[in-house]
Design a protein around this ligand. Structure first.
Ligand SMILES: Nc1ncnc2c1ncn2[C@@H]1O[C@H](COP(=O)(O)OP(=O)(O)OP(=O)(O)O)[C@@H](O)[C@H]1O
Length: 365
């Protein structure tokens, strides 16, 4: 059952003479209890879209539904109720620096009308949940980034929300701490049944925890579905760029001129399919040479996706027949242009990361 539905949602900003269509006609449905991810280029509209869910941003048109109820125009106590049902965590933690960790959480309890006599027990319970039992009296500045994000998670859960929105919640953290925070969020999702909507530009995050994913570009959702399907067989160029960069199928440019004649093909396959026997069988049957240039296997949840870059060479007819057989036996098949293969990685990685420069550029725009 859908806990969040966005129907034909658009958000338009006006800055002087400029009109910015940050979100365009988005339809989205998030099921109760899942972890739903939104990925895309910097400036694609991800944050704006997610902010419409708790009405931090009002849609210019379209509807936001929570549990089937239209909340788009919620005001006053109805709006407070919506906000209570939805927790929010950010990349920058947003803790109040001059009060203790415990007080940070108490502010949220107060805002949610929790009786004062229950505060101290609730703070202890929340800090235990995030593994920071001993930190109630510490100040945020004395904590590591990962610990600060744990506090912000505890604060976001103070009023027992049904939904947790995470905006680049791990982007400021190192790899190990990211893994710990993702583990905590997964536990919160499973044990407390909290639905999570998570924005990220980090495919590593997406592949570890998303059940479903939506890919955004220029305000539109260009592709959405089960994470494994979307990343395993990406259809849209933006998704392909994300996946190609992540799976690292590019060949170093300096190697390209030295490759023998032939066709370079990217084969994508489900992890359990063994490709080696297929490759040797095809090579033997058509008397062509098949050289593996690059191989990679990545796990998306429990499922693996393999990518193999091969160079197939031989007489024209045999080559065509061999390629057709390979095409019919894998679930992703793409002939690559020699000129472009060596360049895929660098260009995409620069443009896909939500770097500080991107953000500064955006705020100047
Ligand atoms: N309050 C605002 N006023 C004007 N323009 C805005 C506002 N908020 C966002 N925008 C613009 O809307 C577009 C989408 O921004 P948004 O922050 O939603 O993208 P994003 O995909 O989350 O990017 P990032 O990953 O860099 O955070 C951008 O062009 C941005 O400059």
């Amino acid at each position: 059952m859908a806990i969040i539905e966005l129907k034909d949602v658009s958000v338009t900003f006006h800055e002087g003479d400029r009109t910015i269509e940050a979100v365009r006609q988005v339809d989205l449905s998030v099921s109760k209890g899942e972890i739903f991810g939104i990925v895309g280029f910097s400036g694609a509209g991800k944050s704006t879209l997610v902010r419409t869910i708790n009405l931090l941003e009002r849609p210019t048109s379209g509807q936001v539904l929570l549990d089937g109820h239209d909340i788009t125009q919620a005001k006053g106590s109805a709006l407070r109720d919506v906000r209570k049902r939805i927790g929010f965590i950010f990349q920058s933690f947003n803790l109040i620096g001059n009060v203790s960790v415990g007080r940070n959480i108490e502010f949220a309890l107060k805002a949610g009308n929790c009786p004062k006599r229950e505060w101290s027990a609730r703070v202890a319970q929340l800090l235990a949940l995030v593994g920071l039992e001993s930190k109630a009296d510490s100040y945020p500045s004395s904590l590591s980034g990962g610990q600060q994000q744990r506090v912000s998670i505890a604060r976001a859960l103070a009023n027992n929300p049904e939904i947790l929105l995470c905006d680049e919640a791990t982007s400021a953290l190192d790899l190990e701490t990211t893994g710990e925070i993702l583990g905590l969020l997964q536990r919160i999702n499973r044990e407390l049944g909290i639905t999570i909507v998570f924005i990220t530009h980090q495919l590593d995050v997406a592949k570890q925890i998303f059940d479903h994913v939506a890919v955004m570009e220029e305000g539109h959702i260009v592709e959405q579905g089960e994470t494994f399907d979307i990343f395993g067989a990406p259809q849209h160029p933006t998704t392909r760029a994300l996946v190609e960069r992540y799976l690292g199928v590019a060949v170093p440019p300096q190697l390209v001129p030295s490759l023998p004649d032939g066709t370079i093909v990217e084969l994508r396959y489900k992890g359990e399919d063994a490709l080696e026997p297929l490759i040797s069988a095809v090579a033997r049957r058509y008397d062509v040479a098949i050289n593996v240039l690059h191989a990679n296997v990545e796990y998306f949840g429990a499922q693996a996706i393999g990518v193999l870059l091969v160079l197939v060479s031989g007489p024209d007819d045999a080559l065509r027949a061999a390629l057709e057989t390979l095409r019919s036996r894998v679930f992703g098949f793409r002939e690559l242009d020699r000129e472009s293969i060596g360049q895929v990685d660098a260009g995409d990685s620069a443009s896909l990361s939500a770097s500080e420069n991107d953000k500064e550029g955006k705020s100047r725009a």
